[in-house]
Design a protein around this ligand. Structure first.
Ligand code: 3PG
Length: 306
């Protein structure tokens, strides 16, 4: 009997877990759950004899993948796969996949919610501002960026985007204005919503120079990855500009320092929660389970990332 592990330090909603189990039950697989673990050794021990694994932001390091002697496929139920050591996966002949698009709406709704929260002074009675009529820049027009653009239009915002990997016509077809560089996007927009992945090219790329280009009263919203921000640059911008705001679903390492000094100008969720809705958990969880079964039964490697 094939065995699959669902290793989620931040568990899926119960309804998603039930539906994941159902997919594996129907395939005749045994499902092992490892939820809310705090010791990476629990993950290392749990992968030892399984054929497939579903993770979220859990770190599939070389140590984990080397210990997974029977593992053939690992699926990141979500978009970003920067938490999987792809080289180690390939070296161990493990297929690594993600489930693009399945949790995107949840992340997009949170991004907009965080903008409202910041614009309305952290939900205090102090007079805030409205999103209507403001310019929003979508930095990377992928699945999440697309949803953010659609919702922002509903709010009456003027939507701009920069993404060198998406054809201009595709973005323009959504009624979004395309700009030619990140510098231009940041110079124009009152809000920037970040949706770039974390990789060697993007890490630290949202830096002092770029942030200083933003107009007075601008807000940066990060529901992507904390690593894409240059934190030294971010701290310098906060120190030099009283009109700069930052809100993120992935607290920076310097979060406490920022909160202590500039509480009204920043907000960080207590724990990354962009994709934490029942709908997103169900969509991404079922997709991940189905991809595992299709890979193990038919060799279907759609969405392979290594
Ligand atoms: C993703 O990459 O899909 C999101 O960052 C969601 O991550 P999570 O599954 O850890 O909530």
């Amino acid at each position: 009997m094939k065995k699959v592990l669902v290793a989620t330090e931040k568990p899926f909603a119960k309804a998603a877990v039930n539906q994941i189990k159902e997919v594996f039950d129907n395939a005749g697989y045994e499902t092992v759950m490892l939820e809310k673990y705090t010791d990476k050794n629990d993950f290392i021990n749990a992968v030892a004899d399984v054929d497939g694994v579903i993770i979220r932001s859990d770190k599939a390091t070389k140590e984990v993948l080397d210990a997974a002697k029977n593992l053939k496929v690992i699926v990141r139920a979500g978009a970003g796969y920067d938490n999987i050591d792809l080289e180690a996966a390939t070296a161990n002949n493990i297929c690594a996949m993600n489930t693009p698009g399945q949790n995107s709406n949840a992340v997009a709704e949170l991004a907009i919610g965080m903008m409202v929260y910041q614009a309305r002074k952290h939900f205090t009675p102090t007079a805030g501002t409205e999103l209507k009529g403001k310019k929003i820049g979508i930095h990377a027009y992928g699945n999440v960026g697309k949803y953010v653009a659609a919702i922002a239009k509903g709010f009456g915002m003027e939507v701009y985007a920069f993404d060198p990997f998406v054809e201009k016509a595709v973005i323009e077809a959504d009624g979004v204005k395309v700009v030619d560089s990140a510098e231009e996007l940041y110079s124009i927009c009152n809000y920037i919503s970040l949706h770039i992945p974390a990789n060697e090219k993007t890490k630290g790329s949202i830096n002092y120079d770029l942030l200083m280009k933003m107009p007075a009263g601008a807000t940066l919203v990060n529901t992507a990855r904390k690593e894409v921000i240059c934190e030294e640059g971010l701290k310098k911008v906060f120190a030099e500009r009283e009109d700069f705001f930052y809100t993120s679903d992935i607290a920076p390492i310097c979060a406490d320092e920022l909160i202590e000094n500039y509480e009204a100008r920043c907000y960080f969720t207590p724990k990354k929660m962009g994709a934490q809705t029942a709908e997103a958990n169900i969509n991404a969880g079922i997709a991940a389970a189905t991809q595992i079964v299709n890979f193990l039964e038919k060799g279907d490697s759609t969405f392979q990332v290594n």
